[in-house]
Write a protein that binds this ligand. Sequence first.
Ligand code: HEC
Ligand code: HEC
Length: 235
Amino acid sequence: MTGSDRMTGRRIAFGAAFLLFLASSLWCAAALSAESGEARAPDWSAALASADKRRGAEIAANGANGGPPCRSCHGPAASRRPGLPRLAGLNAPYVARELFAFANGLRPDDEMRAATASLTPQDMADLGAYYESLRPAATATAPAPGEGARIHIDGVRGVMPCGQCHGVDATGVTDDAPSLAGQEPAYVVKQLGAFAEGARKSRSAMNDIAAKLSDEERAALAQFYASLPPRGAAP
Ligand code: HEC
Ligand code: HEC
C-alpha cells in the first residue's frame, strides 16, 4: 500500500464515520423535537363548530374539573376591570386559542395558567362561545383623536396599520385578531410590552409590531382603544 493509498483509505473511513455521525445526530434531533416539542394545537374548527355556550357559562360560574370559576376574577359580566381585560364580546376562536396558550406557557401568566390547567380544548371552545355571546357594557367616551388614532389608521415607521387586522373601528376583522375597542388601557399597554419582549408569543406579527413602538406610542394607542365602543356594546 502506498502512502497516498493510505491517505485515501483514511479519507474514506473518515467520510463514512462523519456521515454516520450526521445521520445519527439528525435522527436524535428529530426524536427530541417530537418528544419535547410544543404542545400541538388542537383542531379548533371541530371544537368551535360544536361549541356549547351554556356549558361555557357553567364553567365561568362554577369552574371545571376542580379549576376556579372564571367569574371569581373576571366578574359575572366579564367587563373590564383595573388590570383585567374585558372578555365580553371577544370572538370565540381568539378566546379558545388564548386559553390554550396560557395553559401551555406560550403566554405567561401564573393566575391564568392555574385557571386553565384543567380545561380540555372543548371547554376552551365552549368558554369562547360563551364570552362571544355576552354583550359588553358600553364604556366609550368620545373617540380620542391624536397619535393613537393616527398609528391605528396609518401605521408608523413601516409598521402595518393596526386597523388592517383589528378593523378600522378596532372591533376585530380577521378571525384571530381580537377586538381592542373598549379594552382596559393598562392591560393593552402590558400586552404590547409582553409582545415586544417576546414573553407573549404571537401567532401573527404582533411580536415585531410591538417591538417597533415606543412606550409613548403604546400608551397613546391604549388610550385611543379605551375610548372606542366595544363590539356589540349594549346601547
Ligand atoms: C385568579 C384570577 C383569574 C381567574 C380565576 C381567571 N382569570 Fe382570566 N385573566 C386573569 C388575569 C390577571 C388576566 C390578564 C393576563 C395578562 O395580563 O396577560 C386574564 C386574562 C384572561 C384572558 C385573555 C383576554 C385577552 O384579551 O387576551 C382570557 C380569555 C381569560 N382570562 C379567560 C379566563 C377564563 C375562561 C377563566 C376561567 C376558566 C379565567 N380567565 C379565570 C385572571 C384570572
Ligand atoms: C397582521 C395583522 C395584525 C396587525 C397589523 C396588528 N395586529 Fe395586533 N394582533 C393580531 C393578532 C392575530 C392578535 C392575536 C394574538 C396573537 O398574535 O397571537 C393580535 C393581538 C393584539 C393585542 C392583544 C389583545 C388582547 O386582548 O390581549 C394587542 C393589544 C394588539 N394586537 C395591538 C395592536 C396594535 C396597537 C397594532 C398596530 C400598531 C396591531 N395590533 C397590529 C394581528 C395584528
